[in-house]
Design a protein around this ligand. Structure first.
Ligand SMILES: N[C@@H](CCC(=O)N[C@@H](CS)C(=O)NCC(=O)O)C(=O)O
Length: 215
């Protein structure tokens, strides 16, 4: 059955791979599933046809036959559950990998997104400069805890899993902040994720959409 995802017609990050379709593309590449992409404009994302797929008017969405999903956590869990390669066979290891997916989305991503909102939406407020160190220290706290867990392992729990895919995707949003560089072992963990051929293919595919025309 054909899989179709949605992505920005023009991503605000200009193809740096930070739009969340990249993590879905990455999961599909890891499990070797071909997919189609329907590009949507910001206007189209708020129109009824797209809202029927995604009640919050966002990307990405995932369609396969009569199934339509939104939320990258749910989409990647669905992909990992139906195709080999992203979740271990052992039941306990599988549950732990899923736990790491949730940890990435519920525990690590929120302070990172908070920093983005603080910069983009509150940067001009008189109290913004005073608040930012607090926001950034909340990220550092999480990174310290993550580093304590990871130690010198390559991946969070044994072999690479959907938990790592989600965690690396979340941490990638910090790349330009300088904060990740304060944690060289976590920066190396992210680089290991980026070096995976499946990630490279996913990155190239989203860049191809967003690359400025030559000349
Ligand atoms: N929690 C959602 C977040 C989705 C999300 O924030 N998508 C962004 C692109 S990365 C978006 O569509 N932004 C435009 C908007 O919210 O209007 C997920 O993981 O799928």
């Amino acid at each position: 059955m054909t899989i179709t995802i949605t992505a920005f017609e023009r991503s605000p990050d200009g193809g740096r791979g930070l739009a969340r379709d990249t993590r879905v593309r990455w999961a599909l590449e890891e499990v070797g599933q071909p997919y189609k992409v329907r590009l949507v404009s910001f206007e189209a994302m708020k129109e009824p046809a797209h809202l029927a797929l995604h009640p919050f008017g966002q990307i990405p969405t995932y369609e396969e036959g009569d199934l339509a999903l939104f939320e990258t956590g749910a989409i990647i869990f669905h992909i990992a559950n139906h195709h080999a390669g992203l979740l271990p066979d052992d039941a306990n290891a599988r549950a732990r990998a899923i736990t790491w997916m949730f940890a990435a989305l519920n525990t690590v991503e929120p302070p990172i997104l908070e920093r983005e909102s603080a910069r983009l939406l509150e940067g001009d407020k008189p109290w913004s400069k005073e608040r930012m160190p607090l926001v950034e220290d909340r990220i550092r706290n999480r990174l310290n805890q993550l580093f304590d867990h990871l130690g010198d392992a390559d991946w969070l729990d044994g072999a690479f899993s959907a938990g790592d895919l989600m965690m690396v995707s979340v941490l990638l949003r910090l790349k330009s902040s300088g904060i990740l560089d304060e944690f060289p072992d976590l920066a190396a963990y992210v680089s290991r994720g980026e070096a995976r051929p499946a990630y490279q293919r996913a990155f190239a595919a989203q860049l191809a959409v967003n690359k400025p025309p030559a000349g």
